[in-house]
Design a protein around this ligand. Structure first.
Ligand SMILES: [Zn+2]
Length: 1070
């Protein structure tokens, strides 16, 4: 899923090598193909997840900035001797826990103890470390037998009220009123995880208690209406109308099944594992979800959500005994059951020969359908679990083959011109047995066989010839850097460790092993040094891939009629259902629909709300989190220094003002940035350049950054070159940045052509998967200049530009090449430059001489001209047609234009609107996966958005009702306090040092002072119900003057334009 584009902050290779270190891909993989994970709480992710969409290159400063998660890889067995560090086992013993093993984990400076709860057999891993970002998680093995989505619907439903917390959604109350740094749940193909994190101990234990009560004693197993709401139900508003299907998971999965990449991932997994639980979809196939009965649902919970089938994780600086005390209160209430035998995942036996599967996917009518085929080769690597040494070597091999744009398998496939973009995730080892997948999309029908052959011959070639020593060194450095840095972005470190550990623990393997990478890494290094890399990697390619008969080839064909055919099939089923009902049945169904809606729309009584524990305002620090910043100058260039402990890593940003760029050139900027990193110089081709970056640094990236500035007409618009390295390699880092900015040659027409088709494929993917992001960008472009710029570089306008550019590359390459040169000339000069450095004081001082040298080499400009970009899109309502079964609906207006003056209370109120009004109406009763609002305090744009929404005009009515909702609202003190605390939780969200330095720089660029931060915080803390009423007047403007953009299906748009003639201007893009 699209993480905030702004956060494209690590090197271009990050997404690839992230996989090696972050096998679990958890924070971004709810919608990734394999393995499948569902993340329920769409809005949990507002703060730091992939779904909180930030308009491209925009940012919301009061929130945090994150970088993509990375974590370390698995490692082989090398047991440490048990050490008894204190007498805590006596207490554990009294509480009913038997200590199984205790180990020091040097890699994360932690002590880890594994316990077994005697009475039930529940296993508990208790990790003590000095990290204040505490993490708890409870995980059950939940292998499904069919594709009705039981585990996924249950994951949603248990968070809808429990024994101690008998309200509609305690989960949402936690979202509103806690300081959580993480709060979510995931469904995997074979397990369900419930993790929470907080830096505040009291808050942390509150969260743990709500989660434990939810999983063990949920109300949903007695409450059919929750099953209907989260799973599926027939909806009939009055007997004369048509019956429809509704349900949060049902619509969520319809969205998933509208995305070709997701469909491919699902088909691949199911074809690789036809005989075990991975052969069905734990998320739920929309065609099968309505087959699920309430009894099956209840049984599944009774069987698997049991301590005997649970693995529990604690991590952080809190008291270990307190953890066990809280657990024993729950676990002691159960007796052992046999669930852990029944939930074991049986391995898939290897095939004796390859298999081929051909399937259709829903495509739009636009473009050349012949060129929209996809082909992917998949292997199941082994029928038994591999030892960790082999897994580590395979992970390394994966990075060598696919990890960076320079990696041979990735490069050769893309350079072949046979397809637009890579599909398949390389090596995946999150499930019981590892797999390898690779393929291309955007392939012409006639070239399918050629792609298959090219993959096989390239793999053979790699097995025969091995890899360059430079490539080996670059991968090794990248991996070691990543391990040392352990930068998990906004994802808690303890959670990333938990997911790694669980990846083995869930299969009854040693949970400690995956945490200890040092020794196996060193031994792999030694083996490569002794025997040469070929001796290590060639046998792996031969054994696991080339000579492995368990190969599944998936071919996907575009079918422009599939979406409407599926829709018609669904209609037909529903018509039959209706025809089979008597008049009384129909009246009963309509009554049930009413009742469900009434329940959904009735607020919880105050006494129920009070059961959810919360902090008080006294627990909240009065001052914002301080980030040290010293503003200095080197030869007239501003240099910001942030003295923070970074474990000897130097983080550097070199920022250039983009305001001197001609506006026609703006859409070329993203490809300009990619060219800098991926085109090569006079002396080095791009492979050598990338290897050098990999060998010397932790990654370099270049990207544009644009935002409105409050109170100013002109936007703030920059190009950022961001890099990191061990501080001892600061000189290399700055030399490489200089080389990228100044020496790269824009001469490689063929590579540029690939960039264009890759970008096009990426944009098309975003349009289907993150239509709400596309809609938001489009609205922003209609409302302000910064939005217009961003849309030129990442919205529909950009996609249209790419379509024209694709042809132009062949016809007029010289002009493009000289435009790229022109961008470089206008951007890179000392005059528009700013440097931002984050490291500890000693390393900052040492870096200074390299910064001086870097600046000396930058060209000077006699005069810095700024051009006027005064452009916006026409503010008409637009509907973008895509082949989809669910819509994305947005409405927005600039509320500063109505005279509204920014006050910190706006953060509290917009969060509250999202968590109550929109959650209840758009998600809970509307059946959309998500509904939320966003207030960009820099531009003044207040926007509403929905995600995977079965409705269109009805959702707009909900948006328009927001002001009345606020006016009629009667807020009690408890509710208000929770809303304030929840907002502070967002403002103070946990940041690693690099993110702190980066946010501080952004505040500097936007002119946000410490005084202003303090003032906003005080305003947040003193928010009153009067502020809510006043805000209602401000957002009334969205109702009256707001512009609407929907990304939706052709039928829904037609119906909307029939209901409100000429409401939408229709635009087809796919
Ligand atoms: Zn879900």
């Amino acid at each position: 899923m699209d993480r905030a584009v702004l956060l494209r902050s690590l090197s271009c290779s990050t997404t690839a090598y992230r996989k090696l270190f972050f096998r679990t891909r958890s924070s971004s993989s709810c919608f990734s193909s394999i393995p499948h994970k569902q993340k329920k709480p769409f809005r949990v992710l507002n703060k730091n997840g992939p779904l909180r969409w930030v308009p491209p290159h925009h940012f919301n400063l009061i929130r945090s900035f994150s970088v993509p998660p990375q974590a370390v890889s698995t490692s082989p067995i090398h047991p440490s001797p048990p050490v008894d560090l204190d007498g805590s086992h006596d207490i554990a013993d009294k509480l009913g826990f038997e200590k199984i093993s205790e180990q020091m984990i040097e890699e994360c400076k932690s002590k880890a103890v594994l316990y077994k709860h005697r009475k039930t057999g529940a296993e508990v891993m208790s990790v003590s470390t000095d990290d204040e970002n505490k993490v708890f998680g409870i995980v059950f093995r939940t292998p499904p037998k069919d594709s009705t989505g039981i585990p996924h619907i249950l994951e949603h439903s248990v968070l809808c009220g429990s024994r101690k917390y008998p309200l509609k959604e305690p989960f949402v109350e936690l979202l509103k009123g806690s300081l959580h740094t993480f709060l979510n749940a995931f469904t995997y193909p074979d397990r369900t995880c419930y993790p929470v994190a907080s830096t505040n101990t009291k808050d942390f234990y509150n969260l743990v208690d709500v989660y434990l009560d939810a999983v063990f004693f949920p109300k949903c197993v007695e409450d059919f209406q929750t099953f209907q709401q989260e799973g599926w139900h027939y909806e009939l508003n009055n007997p004369a109308e048509e019956i429809t299907y509704k349900g949060v998971v049902f619509n969520e999965m319809k969205g998933v099944y509208s995305q070709p990449d997701n469909i491919l991932g699902r088909i691949s997994q199911q074809a690789l594992f036809p005989d075990n639980t991975y052969g069905v979809d734990s998320g739920g196939d929309p065609q099968d979800i309505p087959k699920l009965t309430f009894d099956e649902f209840k049984d599944f919970h009774r069987k698997y959500y049991h301590p005997s089938n649970a693995r529990i994780w604690f991590y952080g600086d809190d008291d270990q005994n307190e953890r066990l005390r809280i657990l024993s209160e729950y676990l002691d209430l159960f007796d052992a059951n046999s669930a852990s035998n029944e939930s074991k995942v049986e391995p898939q036996k290897l095939f004796s020969g390859p298999v081929r599967v051909v399937e259709k996917y829903p495509a739009g009518e636009g473009g050349d359908l012949k060129k929209k085929h996809m082909v992917c080769l998949n292997w199941l690597l082994s029928d038994e679990p591999l030892d960790l040494q082999t897994e580590l070597a395979l992970g390394f091999l994966d990075h060598l083959m696919l990890g960076t744009p320079a990696s041979p398998l990735r490069r050769i496939l893309l350079e072949s011109g046979l397809g637009d973009a890579i599909v398949g995730g390389g090596i995946e080892d999150e499930l019981l047995q590892p797999q390898f997948s690779i393929g291309l999309k955007g392939v012409s029908e006639d070239d399918i066989k050629k792609v298959e052959e090219l993959i096989m011959t390239t793999l053979k070639d790699l097995a025969e010839k091995g890899f360059d020593p430079e490539a080996i060194e670059a991968s090794m450095n990248t991996i070691e850097f990543s391990l040392r840095e352990n930068n998990t972005g906004s994802f808690p470190r303890g959670l990333s460790l938990m997911l790694r550990s669980i990846g083995k623990w869930i299969y009854d393997r040693d949970p400690f092993e995956p945490l200890k990478y040092e020794k196996p890494l060193q031994s792999l290094k030694a083996q490569i040094a002794e025997e040469g890399s070929k001796a290590v990697f060639s046998p792996l390619i031969e054994k696991f891939i080339l000579n492995n008969p368990h190969r599944v080839t998936i071919e996907m064909q575009p079918d422009p009629e599939k979406a409407s055919r599926d829709e018609a099939a669904e209609r037909e089923i529903l018509e039959k259902v209706k025809a089979s009902m008597t008049e009384e049945d129909l009246a009963e169904l309509a009554r049930g629909t009413q009742e469900l809606r009434l329940k959904q729309e009735t607020p919880d009584p105050p006494e129920a709300l009070r059961t959810v524990p919360s902090l008080s305002l006294n627990d909240i620090p009065r001052e914002p989190i301080h980030v040290p910043m010293e503003v200095g100058e080197i030869d007239g260039v501003k240099v910001l220094r942030h003295d923070l402990f970074t474990n000897d890593v130097l983080y550097a940003e070199v920022v250039f003002n983009m305001r001197s760029l001609k506006k026609e050139l703006l859409p070329l900027v993203p490809l300009f940035c990619q060219s800098l990193l991926e085109m090569g110089t006079k002396d080095m081709d791009f492979v050598q350049l990338n290897q050098l970056i990999g060998r010397k640094t932790g990654g370099i990236s270049v990207y544009p950054l644009t935002s409105s500035v409050r109170g100013q007409k002109d936007p703030c618009s920059h190009i950022v070159a961001r890099g990191k390295a061990m501080a001892g390699r600061a000189e290399d880092l700055f030399n490489l940045v200089n080389c990228i900015l100044q020496d790269v040659q824009f001469t490689d027409q063929q590579r540029f052509k690939q960039f264009v088709s890759q970008s096009k494929a990426r944009m098309e993917n975003r349009l289907r998967g993150s239509g709400h992001g596309i809609a938001a960008a489009r609205m922003d472009a209609k409302l302000n200049v910064a939005g217009w710029i961003s849309e030129q570089m990442g919205g529909i306008s950009y996609l249209e530009y790419l379509e024209v550019l694709e042809k132009k590359v062949d016809q007029d390459w010289d002009e493009i090449s000289s435009s790229l040169e022109e961008i470089r000339r206008s951007l890179f000069s000392r005059e528009g430059c700013l440097i931002n450095l984050t490291a500890d004081g000693k390393n900052l001082t040492n870096t200074e001489k390299y910064v001086t040298k870097f600046l000396d080499l930058l060209p000077r400009m006699t005069s810095m001209e700024t051009t006027s970009w005064n452009a916006q899109l026409s503010p008409v309502n637009e509907a973008i047609v895509i082949p989809t079964q669910v819509n994305y609906v947005g409405k927005a207006a600039n509320i500063y234009e109505t005279g509204y003056q920014l006050n910190g209370s706006a953060y509290v109120i917009s969060k509250y609107i999202g968590n109550t009004w929109l959650w209840d109406r758009v998600r809970v009763s509307g059946g959309a996966y998500g509904g939320f609002c966003d207030f960009d305090t820099h531009s003044g744009v207040f926007s509403y958005l929905s995600y995977r929404d079965p409705n269109l005009l009805k959702t707009l009515e909900v948006y328009d009702g927001t002001a009345s909702f606020l006016r009629e609202l009667e807020l009690d003190d408890d509710t208000l306090t929770k809303a304030i605390i929840g907002t502070i939780g967002d403002v103070d969200s946990y940041q690693l040092p690099d993110a702190k330095g980066y946010s501080s720089m952004l505040r500097y660029l936007l002119g946000i002072t410490e005084e202003e931060r303090q003032k906003r915080r005080e305003e947040i803390l003193s928010t009153s119900s009067k502020d809510f009423k006043e805000f209602a007047d401000a957002i009334e403007a969205v109702k009256d003057k707001g512009v609407v953009v929907a990304v939706a299906s052709v039928d829904d748009i037609a119906a909307a334009n029939e209901g409100r003639p000429d409401f939408f201007q229709v635009k087809r893009v796919l």
